[in-house]
Write a protein that binds this ligand. Structure first.
Ligand SMILES: Cc1cc2nc3c(=O)[nH]c(=O)nc-3n(C[C@H](O)[C@H](O)[C@H](O)COP(=O)(O)OP(=O)(O)OC[C@H]3O[C@@H](n4cnc5c(N)ncnc54)[C@H](O)[C@@H]3O)c2cc1C
Ligand code: SF4
Length: 834
């Protein structure tokens, strides 16, 4: 059994360990990890400021066969004895893998260790930035590259007035040329971020230090500056920037000290020298990831590190894999602006496209005979990125003019084109997987790993699925050639109020169990009367049909609304009395209300009569509609509460009750960051802050749990309600059938940023319409059960047997257990095998 020691449980160290475990589970593996938490997704680090928690970013647990030593850094390697030392112990190895990553470069200027100065590399860094930001109003980021702009976005999300200082003459100098940098700068300045390019930072001083130098003889005669948090940045040209917080994001350097100290060969510009098998100058020591230098070059991206990890696993298992270099293409959204660079953007020939009005820039680099695409840059619109990146090294995939004017016709990629650069998956591997039955992006990811890295190849995967004839049809069903969102628009714009008009004018046939409830829901969302009115009644699925939830023994459950879970003793007594009188099983639900099970169809009206008389109304537990707004007790009772979560939850539940939507909607309000109401597991969740409310969207429990993401922070109550109105109405209008908010958001081109643009900045000019739609909903709300009780026609449908309305269904029987009735299940009919 081989003993492997890994130094570093970062992204690459973790990829190495899990890949090795899959291939060779019998070996002893020890991982020394300097950080106190297991590996997490550093690439998505900034999502922490967008609502993701440390748990969301975690790369998961290692299996029990790995000895993971958290918070225990390797301090020395004794190569002669084959032993790694930490401060606590020593670890013998047969093979050692160094995966220590990089550290952020901080310019060697005075004052960078002052309180309020940070770097941007680990979750601990981000936690410290967030805590410090709470007390200041301005922030400066030193570095206008990829990391610096991510940090700038983070400061913006924390509500700080943000300035970016970049030494180079333009932003993102490693990826963009001057023109691309200028277009990006324009976008960021529009967002209110100040940019100072061509500027070096010379010193950081604190108030205290300055006061000292301002004393007689100190030479500083300036008046005291406005309070901003106490730091002053002095630039090389002598100007000052007053700020409360500084983030240094001016590049990274390989963490190679452990290799240097143990006498391994080092690259001239830093990094542990490795060959193309990732072996260092010691035949038993490998280096992978950002600390390793191949041909003298370190890679600051995760994909090359993953490739190195796989090479070392293969080598240790007796294979002959070699590191073949790496694709350093980048595609990302920085502060809502699409930016991409791929291949080698500087070639012998280049061609550019600039549209200053739309803020779009593109550059393609070509070989000197203009036949081969070498690389390129895209800013403002990265639509052709997937196609272009996969074409690097081959012929230009379409007419240049079309590519640059973003009118790309169908273009054929060669089989060898690399579609997913994170996992080096070629087009032929994808098309083979499709031929073997992969029918969507998820199944392609499961069998080839494509699309499971940075995700930038997902549009190409969809394209390849479509090219292979795999249907990505969004039509609701065979009767309507439209998606749900399209049908919604048709109904709304054409003013259609019945299913028969819609199918006659825009569909075929008579409809089915798929399209009927969809149309019923659309008509209900557009306030077309009671769901059991006229022909609408026939469209509803079983639960809506009886305004109750069908249970496995054929009975129904009754769930009255209990807004925010607040209920008076009288109402509790009413529920108890009804349950006792009708022999119903009662249970408190996870959504803070009481469910009564076991009611026969013909009992429903009488039960609801008593409930309505006692002031209850329908809880819509049966509908694709708002279910509940759960709440904690907030400032009313809790000593930690900072806002009145109960009142807000009640107001929201009453506002959105009865709103029909593509799927059920759940919400919760927590009175402080302790989050007792679990608001982040809801479609829209609200968490109180000292200044107001944070709004999270797109969470759910269930089969695939998702945490809601932070959409807006520190809102006052009026703005909060308006943004929720718009969020809900936009979702109701545009989501697919049975698509919950999480899946809808994932598929929304532009994601959260786009959603903010639509509902906050009114990018589509529809906010007034969304507001009016919600106002109409609120004004026209009527309790569905009260309306049934007043209408003999509607009441007449609540019978077990249409031809014998007085006769209860004899197949429904109950037993008693734990003092309550439980259903007796009838045996299933047996079918004898022939
Ligand atoms: C904000 C941010 C955004 C990024 N965005 C992207 C992106 O969009 N695309 C992309 O490809 N890359 C991106 N990166 C870079 C990417 O995160 C790195 O390429 C990747 O994490 C490198 O993995 P690694 O394992 O080599 O280093 P790391 O992930 O840094 O892991 C190294 C680990 O080793 C530990 N360690 C160091 N010394 C010791 C020691 N002596 N003993 C024990 N443990 C030790 C460190 O504490 C660390 O946990 C981003 C990075 C950041 C910070
Ligand atoms: S979330 Fe905060 S306010 Fe609400 S109950 Fe928990 S600790 Fe109290």
């Amino acid at each position: 059994m081989k003993r492997i020691v890994v130094i570093g449980d970062g992204m690459v160290g973790r990829h190495f360990t899990t890949t090795l475990r899959e291939r060779e589970p019998g070996w002893s593996v020890t991982v020394l990890a300097e950080e106190n938490r297991p590996a997490y997704d550093r690439v998505r680090l900034s999502a922490y400021f967008d609502g993701a928690t440390a748990a969301d970013l975690s790369l998961g647990e290692l299996d029990d066969g790995v000895d993971l030593r958290l918070g225990e850094a390797a301090v020395r390697v004794d190569r002669e004895r084959h032993v790694v030392h930490s401060a606590l112990s020593e670890y013998p190895y047969d093979a050692l893998v160094i995966a220590t990553g990089s550290y952020p470069f901080v310019p060697p200027i005075p004052g960078t260790d002052s309180p309020g100065c940070f770097v941007y590399r680990t979750l601990d860094d981000l936690e410290a930035i967030r805590d410090h930001a709470a007390g200041v109003d301005r922030g400066v980021v030193v570095g206008g590259g990829l990391l610096g702009l991510e940090a700038a976005n983070a400061l913006r999300l924390l509500g700080l007035d943000t300035t970016v200082v970049e030494f180079a003459p333009h932003l993102m100098p490693a990826q963009l040329d001057e023109a691309g940098g200028a277009v990006l700068r324009g976008h960021l300045e529009q967002l209110g971020i100040r940019i100072a390019c061509g500027t070096a930072v010379a010193a950081v001083t604190t108030d205290a230090a300055e006061r000292q130098s301002a004393t007689p003889g100190g030479g500083n005669t300036e008046p005291p500056r406005a309070a901003s948090g106490g730091l002053r940045l002095t630039t090389s040209d002598g100007t000052h920037l007053d700020t409360g917080l500084v983030v240094f994001a001016a590049g990274v350097r390989p963490r190679d000290a452990i290799g240097r100290d143990s006498g391994l060969a080092m690259a001239e510009r830093g990094g542990i020298t490795v060959d193309d098998t990732c072996l260092t100058s010691d035949p038993d020591v490998y280096a992978i990831g950002e600390c390793a230098a191949v041909d003298g070059r370190c890679f600051g991206l995760v994909a090359p590190g993953y490739a190195m990890a796989e090479v070392v696993v293969d080598r240790l298992c007796g294979g002959d894999a070699r590191f073949a270099g790496a694709d350093t293409s980048t595609k990302l959204k920085l502060l809502g602006v699409d930016v991409a660079s791929f291949g080698a953007p500087d070639g012998p020939l280049s061609t550019n496209y600039l549209d200053p009005t739309e803020g779009v820039y593109a550059k393609l680099a070509l070989s000197d005979d203009a036949r081969t695409l070498l690389g390129g840059i895209l800013v403002g619109d990265t639509e052709p990125y997937g196609l272009l990146r996969a074409s690097v090294g081959g012929p230009v995939p379409a007419r240049l003019a079309d590519l640059l004017a973003r009118a790309v016709p169908d273009a054929e990629l060669p089989d060898s084109a690399q579609i997913c650069s994170c996992h080096a998956v070629t087009k032929s591997a994808i098309t083979s997987a499709i031929a073997e039955g992969a029918c969507d992006v998820a199944s392609l990811g499961a069998c080839t790993k494509a699309g499971s890295g940075c995700g930038s190849c997902v549009p190409l995967l969809k394209q390849l699925l479509a090219d292979s004839g795999v249907s990505q049809n969004k039509a609701v069903c065979e009767h309507f050639a439209y998606s749900r969102a399209e049908l919604f628009d048709i109904v709304r714009c054409a003013g259609i109020t019945t299913f028969s008009d819609l199918i006659a004018q825009h569909g075929t046939g008579r409809g089915c169990e798929v399209c009927k409830p969809v149309v019923a829901s659309i008509l209900a969302s557009l306030d077309n009367g009671h769901i059991l009115d006229g022909e609408q009644a026939a469209l509803q699925d079983t639960n809506d049909h009886f305004l109750a939830n069908l249970q496995r023994n054929g009975t129904y459950s009754v769930v009255p609304r209990v807004p925010a879970g607040e209920i008076t003793p009288e109402k509790l007594i009413t529920i108890g009395a009804i349950a006792r009188d009708y022999g119903l099983y009662t249970k408190i639900t996870g959504a803070q209300r009481i469910d009564m099970f076991g009611a026969r169809v013909e009992q429903l009206p009488a039960i609801w009569r008593r409930l309505v008389d006692a002031g209850f109304e329908s809880g819509h537990a049966y509908g694709k509609a708002l279910r509940t707004v759960k709440s904690c007790v907030g400032t009313t009772w809790c000593r930690y509460g900072v806002q009145d979560s109960v009142t807000l939850a009640i107001d929201l539940e009453l506002r959105y009750r009865g709103l029909r939507s593509p799927h059920k909607l759940k919400s919760a309000v927590s009175g402080c960051a302790r989050e007792c109401a679990e608001a982040r597991g809801k479609d829209f969740g609200i968490i109180a802050t000292e200044a107001g409310w944070n709004l999270y969207v797109g969470g759910n429990g269930g089969f695939t749990p998702r945490h809601a993401q932070l959409l807006l922070s520190d809102l006052d109550t009026e703005s909060l309600v308006r943004y929720i109105d718009r969020f809900l109405m936009f979702y109701v209008r545009t989501a697919d059938r049975l698509q919950r908010t999480a899946a809808w958001l994932e598929n929304l081109d532009g994601g959260l940023d786009y959603l903010r643009e639509v509902i906050v900045d009114d990018r589509l000019g529809i906010c007034a319409e969304l507001d009016a739609a919600m106002d109409r909903h609120v004004a026209s709300y009527r309790d569905e059960w009260s309306a049934v009780l007043e209408d003999p026609d509607k009441l007449s449908r609540f019978v077990s047997f249409v031809n014998a309305p007085e006769t209860p269904d004899p197949s429904i029987r109950f037993d008693t257990s734990r003092g309550q009735p439980l259903p007796v299940m009838l045996e299933r009919p047996r079918v004898r095998a022939s």
